[in-house]
Ligand binder design. Structure first.
Ligand SMILES: O=C(O)CCC(=O)C(=O)O
Length: 267
């Protein structure tokens, strides 16, 4: 990766609070195996013998609901292979200038397609990830690589990022499960001189978006006719530390390489 390109994407990421790599970054075979892995975990089949961590959606739950499964990479080799790809670490290092990048948490996200008149709570409400990540010291460099496994078109309920909102600090309003985007939006106080500018993350299968832990984001219904499949791979750089250096809750596994691989540099 040449220096001029590196500095360009880093400048963009620092200005916007997110960056899109819409074309495939991950090779097709890795994606296809991870799709099979996703289906196996959704069906409750854990080839490693280790189940995912406790999750909001469990095998047998309503397939019309948003499916979010925590740490599925510990249950399935193909998912671990996907989230361990060095290309993810390299891009994260390119946009942040990091010397070390580690996966510290992973969420499987499967958003079923719905009919426009169907009432299904599959929106993802506006939120800043940092709101949920209080186990990390303030100022920790934390970001997310969101890997598309399906074609994330405008109809598929793509993520939307609010450009520049990572500079607004941690505001009081975040609700991942919030369904009324407009009502939520009205509660969020945009700082003076800033504006609410939404950018959709349209991605091909194998494409990746990166976002900062303070960037506001959310997503709408999937009306594409096919499931929207992705993994949100939460990353940290060497500029991060758990509160009181504790290993608990979301930081519980950061010393466990079988759960949280280092994907760039050395820890
Ligand atoms: O998948 C989505 O639409 C939202 C995912 C998300 O909130 C995240 O990756 O931080």
């Amino acid at each position: 990766m040449g220096t001029p390109k590196s500095s360009h994407v880093r400048t963009k990421y620092e200005a916007d609070g997110f960056h899109l790599f819409p074309d495939p970054v991950i090779n097709k075979a890795v994606i296809e195996r991870a799709i099979k892995g996703m289906d196996a975990v959704r069906a409750g089949e854990y080839e490693t013998g280790t189940p995912p961590r406790p999750s909001a959606w469990n095998p047998g739950d309503d397939p019309k609901k948003l499916c979010k499964i925590e740490m599925s990479q510990i249950a399935n080799h193909a998912i671990m292979d996907l989230v361990s790809q060095s290309s993810i670490g390299q891009l994260a290092a390119e946009i942040t200038g990091a010397e070390m990048v580690q996966v510290w948490w992973v969420q499987l996200l499967y958003k079923p397609s719905v009919a426009p008149d169907e009432i299904t709570p599959t929106n993802i409400g506006w939120h800043q990830d940092r709101h949920y990540w209080q186990t990390w010291e303030e100022g920790s460099e934390l970001l997310t690589a969101w890997i598309a496994l399906s074609d994330v078109t405008a109809e598929a309920g793509p993520m939307k990022f609010v450009r520049g909102s990572h500079r607004w600090g941690l505001l009081g309003h975040s609700d991942f499960y919030g369904q009324d985007h407009e009502a939520q939006r009205n509660e969020i106080e945009v700082p003076d001189g800033e504006s609410w500018d939404e950018v959709s993350a349209i991605l091909s299968p194998g494409g990746i978006s990166f976002h900062d832990n303070l960037t506001y984001h959310g997503s709408g219904l999937n009306l594409s006719g096919a499931p929207r499949r992705s993994f949100a791979v939460h990353l940290r750089t060497e500029k991060s530390r758990p509160v009181d250096n504790l290993r608990s809750g979301l930081t519980a596994f950061i010393d466990t390489p079988t759960h949280c691989p280092v994907i760039y540099g050395t820890k």
